[in-house]
Design a binder for this molecule. Structure first.
Ligand SMILES: [Zn+2]
Length: 262
């Protein structure tokens, strides 16, 4: 029997497993193999597919992740809604390590990534005016508030190419543009979901202040160790938030995201 799933979850750095009693499936797609085997489990009668976007052993750095295969594999499983937590940096002093941000806009600063399924001969220009699912965003905010999590209800995420972190000058530029958070994987993951007509929400867990804060010598530039340390501290909270969201998700609902690709 073909494996099926209703809801997809992508794990980021520090988030490599999700549910118990999983069935692991190895999938292949026209865009190659996804980052790893996909773990499928059931929550409240809903089938949930989990994929660590970097691979379980973090073998894919952000610019090498097979994004098209990852999203296409979810589509092959029948997934219509995706929850995508990420470890992200803060660009603004009021967004603090440990806070959550449910982003509503992105700015793409990556280059050279395979970021579309429309390489011809079929050509499409999909709207990215509102790239995140409005229904899943509201659900994430509601559930986070109920859990007593400090959640920012909107935010612009700038996606850098990586794998290096920002210079001080880059970070100050992003800060002065009033962008809120910074990350290396939201693009093209978010837009590929949109091209496939899948609802997609990002939950940014803030782990650091990027290259520091102007005038605050006590706040040091981000390091890899610091990202993982803060993520580890908040890992259970992220998982519980996603679990609670899944319990409340309606898998039969129709959303405007499903029409984006048509
Ligand atoms: Zn949607």
């Amino acid at each position: 029997m073909e494996p099926k799933a209703d809801i997809g979850v992508f794990g980021g750095s520090g988030f490599y497993t999700f549910l118990d009693n999983v069935e692991e499936v190895e999938l292949d797609t026209p865009y190659g193999r996804p980052s790893d085997a996909i773990a499928i489990a059931e929550v409240n009668g809903k089938k949930v597919a989990f994929l660590p976007r970097h691979g379980k052993d973090h073998r894919y750095p952000p610019h090498m992740i097979p994004y098209r295969a990852n999203l296409y594999a979810m589509k092959q499983l029948g997934v219509k809604q995706i929850i995508a937590p990420t470890a992200s940096g803060s660009l603004q002093p009021d967004i603090k390590p440990g806070d959550f941000v449910v982003c509503d806009q992105f700015v793409d600063r990556t280059w050279g990534r395979k970021d579309t399924y429309y390489d011809g001969p079929v050509t499409r220009h999909i709207s990215s005016a509102d790239p995140y699912c409005p229904q899943l965003r509201l659900l994430a905010i509601d559930v986070a508030k109920e859990m007593g999590i400090t959640v920012h209800e909107a935010g612009t995420i700038v996606i850098i190419q990586g794998p290096r972190f920002s210079t001080r000058a880059e970070s100050q530029w992003f800060h002065k543009m009033d962008w809120h958070v910074i990350n290396m994987t939201q693009y093209p993951e978010c837009m590929l979901a949109r091209e496939l007509g899948i609802c997609y929400v990002n939950i940014s867990l803030i782990t650091d202040y990027d290259a520091g804060l102007e005038g605050r010598d006590d706040i040091k530039p981000v390091t890899e160790q610091e990202v993982l340390r803060v993520f580890d501290q908040n890992n259970d909270k992220v998982k519980q938030l996603i679990y609670n969201m899944i319990e409340r998700m309606d898998i039969s609902v129709h959303c405007s995201c499903h029409d984006a690709a048509q």
